[in-house]
Design a protein around this ligand. Structure first.
Ligand SMILES: *Cc1c(COP(=O)(O)O)cnc(C)c1O
Length: 481
C-alpha cells in the first residue's frame, strides 16, 4: 500500500515513512492510494475473528490491509500488547450497551485516560517505539493540549524507549481531574509545561518552535496530532467491532453518531464505510462550535475566528476548523487533488471559507457518503444527561450527550444507531453535578489523584523559554549513561 497527499504531491510513500510525520510536504494530508474493499466473505471472516479471537486480532486483520512494511508477526505482537483487557478494562475492549429502542452506546473510553483518544494513541506509542528502534532514532514529541489529547499522548508514550514528550497546557485552566491525570505522571520521559496563558498561546508556541526548522531537526521534534494517519487507521477497527456487536447478519446495516471536533473520529467511520462496512449513516454531532454541522446542512465550510470559537461544556469539541476535514473533501471531489488544493491551500487561506453547495458535490455528501449532522447546546447536553440517567440509569459524559441528542434526530426504523461514547463522565464532573446534582462515580484507580505529587514546570507564554527548556532536557539526556 502506498500513500498520497490530498494536494497532489507526486511522491508515494509507505506506512512507516508517514507514521512519524504530520502534513505531507505540500501541506496536504496523507491517504491511501485506494481503500481496500471488504467483500461479503471478508465481513463474515472479521465477525468470526472478533468473536473467537478478540479485538487485537480483528485489528490485525484490518491494519494489515494498510501496513505492508512491518512484518506480520511484529504487527500482530504490537496489537496484542496494545489492546488488552488490563489496559481497556474489558475483554470486548469496546463493549456495546443498549440504551433504548434502536439506540446503542459503544464504549470507547475505558482506556487509561478515560477518553476515546486512548484507542488510537495507545497503539501509536507501540508503533513509534517499534519504528524508532528499527531506525536507531529518537524523537521528542512536542504538543499543546487543553485536556484529552495531551493526557492520552502522555499515557501512551510514558516509559517508551527513544521517546520524550513535552506537553504544553494552559496553566490552571484544565479541570482538576485532567490536571492531576497529566501532572501526576512521574516518568522521566514525560515533561509537563504549564504555560501562563490560554490554549491558543500553547498552540502558538508549538507552531513557533516547529517553524524553526533548524531547531526542529537538531532536537528531532515531532508531533502526535489528530491528522496522523496511524491514529485514523486504529479508529477504523472500532467501527467494525461496533457493527459486529450490533448485528447478527453480515448484510445488516447500522448507523453511527459521532461527537465531533476535528473530524478525526468520524473520518475513520468514513474510511470504514468506503471499505464496504455496511454503514447507513454517519451522523456528525457538534456542539455550539458548529463548523461541521453548517457544512453538512448548507455546503458552506467557514472557519471561525477565535472570537467566534466558544468555550463550552463539551470542551474537547471546541474547534474553529476541523483539521481532518480535508480528507473527506478530497474523496467528495472524486479525489481531485488540484481542486482540493484550490479549496484548502487557496480559498481557505484567502477568504476563510469555501462553498460546495452547487451540485453535485454537496448533494453526494449525504446521498453517496451517508453524512448527516446536527448540533447540540449546553441546555441540550444537560437535558440529555438527565434524561438518559433518569430513564435508563446510565450516566453519560457531556460529549457523548451531544452524540445522543443528535442521534435521536436521525433514527431510522430497523437500523441500529450506535453512539460513540468518547469520554467517561468523571472527566467532566462539574457538568454532571449541574445536570444531576451529584458527583459521578470515580473508578477506583483514580481515587485521590488530585493529591498526588505533581511534576510540572510553569512558564510564561514565551517560545524562547520553551526552546531553552527542551534544549536543557535533551542535552542532559544525551550525556546520561
Ligand atoms: C477529541 C474528542 C472529541 C472530538 O473528536 P474529533 O476526532 O476531534 O472529531 C470528542 N469527544 C471527546 C471526549 C474528545 O476527547
Amino acid at each position: 500500500m502506498r500513500y498520497l497527499s490530498t494536494r497532489g504531491h507526486p511522491e508515494r510513500r509507505r506506512f512507516s515513512d508517514i507514521l512519524l510525520e504530520g502534513l505531507a510536504p505540500d501541506g496536504g494530508l496523507y491517504l491511501p492510494e485506494h481503500y481496500p474493499r471488504l467483500e461479503a466473505a471478508d465481513l463474515a471472516r472479521l465477525r468470526r475473528t472478533y468473536h473467537e479471537q478478540g479485538y487485537a486480532e480483528l485489528a490485525f486483520q484490518i491494519l494489515s490491509l494498510y501496513i505492508d512494511d512491518i512484518p506480520a508477526d511484529d504487527l500482530r505482537a504490537l496489537l496484542r500488547r496494545t489492546y488488552t483487557a488490563e489496559v481497556f478494562g474489558t475483554g470486548e475492549i469496546v463493549p456495546l450497551r443498549h440504551v433504548e429502542d434502536g439506540l446503542w452506546l459503544e464504549g470507547l473510553s475505558n482506556g487509561p485516560t478515560l477518553a476515546f483518544k486512548d484507542m488510537a494513541m495507545q497503539l501509536l506509542g507501540q508503533l513509534f517505539e517499534y519504528e524508532l528502534a528499527r531506525r536507531g532514532e529518537t524523537l521528542n514529541i512536542l504538543g499543546a493540549t487543553s485536556g484529552d489529547t495531551g493526557s492520552a499522548a502522555e499515557y501512551a508514550m510514558r516509559g517508551k524507549r527513544g521517546i520524550r514528550v513535552f506537553m504544553l497546557s494552559p496553566h490552571g485552566r484544565m479541570s482538576p481531574f485532567q490536571q492531576a491525570q497529566m501532572y501526576s505522571l512521574q516518568d522521566p520521559n514525560i515533561h509537563n509545561i504549564a504555560i501562563e496563558g490560554v490554549f491558543d498561546d500553547c498552540q502558538d508556541i508549538v507552531k513557533a518552535v516547529s517553524a524553526d526548522l533548524a531547531f526542529k531537526r537538531r532536537w528531532r521534534i515531532g508531533t502526535v496530532n489528530s491528522i496522523n494517519w496511524a491514529r485514523l487507521l486504529a479508529q477504523v477497527v472500532y467501527y467494525v467491532a461496533g457493527w459486529i456487536q450490533a448485528t447478527e447478519h453480515d448484510d445488516q446495516r447500522v448507523s453511527f453518531a459521532v461527537p465531533s471536533g476535528n473530524f478525526g473520529n468520524v473520518c475513520a467511520g468514513h474510511i470504514a464505510r468506503m471499505m464496504g462496512l455496511p454503514i447507513e449513516r454517519l451522523v456528525v454531532a457538534t456542539n455550539e462550535n458548529d463548523v461541521l454541522d453548517e457544512f453538512f446542512r448548507t455546503g458552506v465550510y467557514r472557519v471561525r475566528g477565535s472570537a467566534e470559537t466558544h468555550e463550552t461544556s463539551s470542551p474537547s469539541m471546541d474547534i474553529s476548523k476541523a483539521s481532518n476535514f480535508e480528507r473527506f473533501v478530497f474523496d467528495l471531489l472524486g479525489r481531485d487533488a488540484a481542486a482540493t488544493q484550490r479549496l484548502f491551500g487557496e480559498a481557505l487561506a484567502r477568504q476563510g471559507r469555501f462553498d460546495l453547495s452547487q451540485p453535485p458535490a454537496f448533494a453526494e455528501a449525504r446521498a453517496r457518503y451517508g453524512f448527516v449532522s446536527g448540533r447540540s447546546t449546553h441546555a441540550n447536553r444537560i437535558a440529555t444527561i438527565r434524561d438518559v440517567w433518569q430513564r435508563h440509569g446510565m450516566l453519560i459524559d457531556p460529549h457523548t450527550a451531544d452524540g445522543v441528542k443528535v442521534a435521536r434526530e436521525h433514527l431510522q426504523p430497523g437500523v441500529p444507531m450506535i453512539v460513540l461514547e468518547t469520554a467517561l463522565p468523571i472527566k467532566f464532573a462539574a457538568t454532571i453535578v449541574e445536570a444531576l446534582g451529584r458527583e459521578p462515580e470515580r473508578p477506583a484507580r483514580f481515587a485521590g489523584i488530585e493529591d498526588l505529587p505533581k511534576r510540572v514546570q510553569v512558564m510564561p507564554a514565551d517560545a524562547a523559554r520553551v526552546k531553552a527548556y527542551i534544549e536543557t532536557v535533551c542535552s542532559e539526556g544525551s550525556r546520561a549513561p
